[in-house]
Design a protein around this ligand. Structure first.
Ligand SMILES: Nc1ncnc2c1ncn2[C@@H]1O[C@H](COP(=O)(O)OP(=O)(O)OP(=O)(O)O)[C@@H](O)[C@H]1O
Length: 283
């Protein structure tokens, strides 16, 4: 690559369709002709009604699931199977319950072959960064939900991922802890600046965190609109919600999202899923 070449997007989905076979034997289209680009270091939030294919989008980026049609690229190369340099944080904590907090955070570097002493040193550093110095010897069940999230963040970020995929990571937390974790996430993200795809049902959370907010349609999901947030950084997620520009942005995005939420609701309140398609569509 020459110097004049712009660096490729961290993530690119080109005209991606994803179909699943349902237990009843029909074919369900979860995503249809979805296009999404996330630049290196960009924070992208994805919102959309329930069942519109948000988690499926993350599965495609991570390589857990192949696309039925279209292309999924990471760092300019096609995704074939699980890619390196991608970390996940889910709603449910993916911590090892039988390991101490320190051992949980050191697990990634150890797995990658970092010598034990160095891995433990790095883990201590990351626990300090997430505000858990002094809790190294605890086990996950001895922590609060917010503290477990901090462990999960340290566990992901210690591997310095180029891409961080987050699927409603704070949904199970109470409102106050959730807001504190938003600020924590922004502070930690600034340290290593991975490209982030952050899925949430909470539009306020999406705007407070992201550089851009992508609205998906009711299933089959495709991009309905993309909004550049443009609020200055560093941000205090807890305070920015009162900003006039924030409120205006919220109204604009909600305008776009509301119809999709209502459509998805009407479908589930009615009857059989309208996106289950007959066999003629191949997977
Ligand atoms: N492995 C699978 N097999 C069959 N259908 C699937 C599979 N995974 C997802 N689906 C279907 O694809 C659609 C999209 O699912 P997905 O979990 O991506 O939606 P979502 O937007 O993340 O939903 P939510 O907001 O409720 O978490 C849903 O209708 C779901 O039932």
């Amino acid at each position: 690559m020459t110097h004049s070449d712009p660096s490729p997007p961290a993530i690119e989905l080109r005209d991606v369709t994803k179909r699943f076979r349902t237990p009843a034997g029909s074919v369900h289209t979860a995503l249809r002709r979805l296009n999404l680009t996330v630049a290196p270091g960009e924070f992208c939030a994805v919102v959309g009604p329930t069942g519109c294919g948000k988690s499926t989008t993350l599965s495609l980026i991570s390589g857990l699931e192949p696309a039925s049609r279209g292309e999924v690229l990471v760092d300019g190369g096609p995704v074939r199977g699980i890619s390196e340099g991608i970390a996940f944080v889910f709603q449910n904590d993916a911590v090892f319950p039988w390991k101490s907090v320190l051992a949980n955070v050191a697990a990634g570097p150890l797995f990658r072959g970092v010598p034990r002493r160095e891995a433990v040193e790095q883990a201590r550093d990351w626990l300090r960064r997430v505000g858990l110095a002094g809790f190294e010897d605890r086990h996950p069940h001895q922590l609060s939900g917010g503290m477990r999230k901090r462990v999960a963040l340290a566990q992901s970020l210690i591997n310095r991922p180029r891409i961080l995929l987050m699927d409603e990571p704070f949904a199970a937390l109470d409102v106050q802890t959730r807001q504190i974790m938003s600020d924590e996430l922004l502070r930690l993200w600034e340290l290593t600046r991975p490209a982030v795809v952050f899925i949430t049902h909470d539009l306020e959370e999406a705007i407070a965190l992201a550089d851009k907010v992508v609205v998906l349609t009711a299933g089959p999901g495709t991009v309905k609109a993309t909004f550049e947030v443009g609020l200055p950084r560093p941000r205090r997620a807890q305070e920015i919600r009162f900003d006039a520009a924030f409120v205006e942005m919220y109204q604009r995005i909600w305008e776009s999202l509301r119809d999709e939420v209502e459509l998805a609701y009407a479908r589930t309140a009615a009857a059989p899923p309208s996106t289950a398609e007959p066999e003629k569509e191949t997977l």
